[in-house]
Ligand binder design. Structure first.
Ligand SMILES: [Zn+2]
Length: 238
């Protein structure tokens, strides 16, 4: 269990010592005189979530702090990482998790594929994040205007067909959109489809015994969210 009073700088310094085989460590002050962000490591998923929401609010207000970008911080990450949340997002160039949550290097473990789909290698990456890096918070992050979701809706409406490998994405997304009312207006339909796709990804994760156990035992909190392109807001789903 992570010591809640331990800053990540201390944790990372300890990890560096371990990786270097050092039996004891002098104060980290002696090797890292440069002032860097000394925020405490979040104690649980709630604290991690609060930090991300605050970061998103700074981002929306055009007042980002740009924490954890300087070389002094990056040097602490050379031998170890201790991200406090995992994001399963889309590859879309307009939705980079670190920017929209105003966080920096080492803060998030991210897995990005078009349409924030769940497939075997995504699950493997998530298992690594939870089992080895011990991130307590996992967010499935969809977004407005998602091309993969739009292509899936188009196929459902018009039977249009995409090239083979894009079809593979559509095949992953389509089951989650099966209950949508395809007769509603296009804007509402696409909005509903993005949200349904996030819930579908979450459902697939929740079907995994390992994930179910981790959530039941409260090691991990799984949340869904949608990033709004216009406002920059990350809207968490109920
Ligand atoms: Zn997308």
């Amino acid at each position: 269990m992570t010591n809640p009073l331990m800053t990540r700088r201390q944790w990372l310094f300890g990890a560096c010592c371990l990786s270097l085989g050092m039996s004891s460590c002098v104060s980290s002050e002696t090797i890292e005189p440069v002032a860097i962000d000394m925020e405490a490591y979040p104690r649980d998923a709630n604290e991690a979530l609060a930090r991300l929401i605050q970061g998103n609010q700074r981002f929306m207000a055009d007042k980002p702090h740009h924490f954890h970008e300087k070389s002094s911080w990056r040097s602490l990450l050379v031998n170890a990482q201790k991200p406090y949340a995992t994001v399963v997002g889309c590859s879309d160039s307009r939705v980079p998790p670190e920017l929209i949550f105003d966080v920096g290097f080492g803060d998030l473990f991210t897995v990005r594929l078009a349409g924030n789909i769940i497939e075997e290698d995504v699950i493997g990456s998530l298992q690594y994040a939870v089992a080895h890096l011990h991130t307590h918070l996992v967010i499935v992050l969809g977004h407005e205007g998602c091309g993969a979701v739009t292509a899936t809706v188009e196929e459902m409406l018009n039977k249009a067909e995409e090239p083979k490998h894009i079809e593979s994405l559509i095949k992953s997304i389509k089951p989650g959109l099966s209950k949508l009312d395809l007769k509603q207006d296009r804007e509402s339909l696409l909005r509903a489809a993005v949200e349904a796709n996030v819930r579908w990804s979450m459902k697939q994760l929740l079907a995994l015994p390992e994930a179910k156990r981790a959530i039941q035992e409260r090691h991990v909190v799984l949340l869904g969210a949608v990033y709004e392109l216009n406002t920059g807001q990350v809207r968490f789903l109920d």
